[in-house]
Design a protein around this ligand. Sequence first.
Ligand code: GAF
Length: 400
Amino acid sequence: MSSTGDSATAADLAEEFRQLYGTDPEGVWAAPGRVNLIGEHTDYNDGFALPLALPHRALAAVGRRTDGVVRVHSADIPQGVFRLDVADLVPRSENPGADNGGWAAYPVGVVWALRAAGHPVTGADIHLSSTVPTGAGLSSSAALEVVTALALDDLYELGLSATELAVVAQRAENDFAGVPCGVMDQTASACCTEGHALLLDARDMGQRQVPFDLASHGLRLLVVDTRVKHELGDGAYAERRSGCEAAAAALGVPALRDIAHEELPAALERLAAAGGGETIRRYTRHVVTEDHRVEQVIALLDADDVRAVGPLLNEGHASLRDDFEVSCPELDLAVTAANDAGALGARMTGGGFGGSAVVLVEEADADAVTKSVTEAFAAAGYTAPRVFEAIASRGAHRVA
Ligand code: GAF
C-alpha cells in the first residue's frame, strides 16, 4: 500500500543522462509531490494551507550549458528531447498561443522565470524521471518545476532560499505554462520536511513546520487516487479564482483572507446587498470557513488531539463539494465509502475536478477502508482507484 514506485535511482538517471547527452550530469536532485491535509483553494486568497510532501518525487539529472540552449528529456514520456534556445522562450502570458512543449513547459518555464528575474542561467541539459502520479492532484508539475529550480540554483550558485525557489516555480507555471495556480504546491515541494506538515500563510509566505507523525498515534493518512484526471488549465480553476477576487473586490478587502470567520454572516449580507450573486457568496463562505478549519486543525495538532481532525476533514469536503463545487462523483464516493468503513474523516485534496482524496484512519482500519473504497468503485463501474499511504516526507534536496 505504501509504495512510491521509486524505481529509478540517481545512478540510473545519471547513466541515462550520459546516453542521451554524451556527458556526465553535474548532479541529481529530487523534489516531491504533496497532499494537502486542509486549506483548499485558500492560497490564491492569501490564506492558509497545510500540505505535506509525499515520498513520490521527481528526480532530475542536470548539467549546465554556456551556449543558450536548453535540452529537456523525460524518462516517463516517449517524446524525445526538447531543444530550445533561451533567447526564444516566450511565456504564455505574452503569447497565449505559444506552444511551450506540454509537460516540458514546467522545467523550461523555470529556466525562463529565473532569467526573467535576472539570474544568469545560460542553458542546461535536463533529464527527468518522476514517480508522482500525473493528473492526480498530487502536484506532479510542481515537483518538475521545483526540482529544476533547485538544480539550477545549485549549479549556477544563485543562492535562492527554498521559499524563493517556490515563488520562481509558481511564476514558471503561471506565466510560462499559463496555469493560474496559487503557491501552495511549489512551496510544499520546496519547503516541506520529513515528519511534518507545513503551515503556509500564502499572504507573506510565512511557514511553520508542524509535527505530523501519525504512526506514533496509531493512525494513517491514506491517499485515494480516483484516476479521474484533473487539469487546472481548463478554465474551472480560473473561474473559481476570479470569482473569489470579485467577491473580495465587492467586499472592499484585498483578499477573502481578510474576512474573519466571525464576520462571515455580515460579509455575506453585504455581498448580497452589493448585488453579489449566489455563486460568489458560496465561494466566499467556502474560503472563509476553510481558513478557519486550518486554524482549528492546527490547534488540534498542537494539542496532540489528532483524531479530532477527522470531522474537520469531512466538513472541508462538504464545503468544497457544495459551496465551491470542485468535487466530482468519484471523490464524493471515495469520501463516503471511507467514512462508511470507519474512517475518522476524509476529503478531496488539491484543486479537485478529479484527482485524489485523503483519508484519516486508525491503523487497524486502514485495510478495511481501502477495501470499502475499492469495492464501492467497482460497484459504481468506476476505474479501480489507487490507494497508498501518505508519509510526511522531505522536501526538495540534492541526492547526488
Ligand atoms: C491546485 C493549485 F495548484 C494550488 O495552488 C491550490 O490552489 C490548490 O489547487 C487548491 O487548494 O493544486
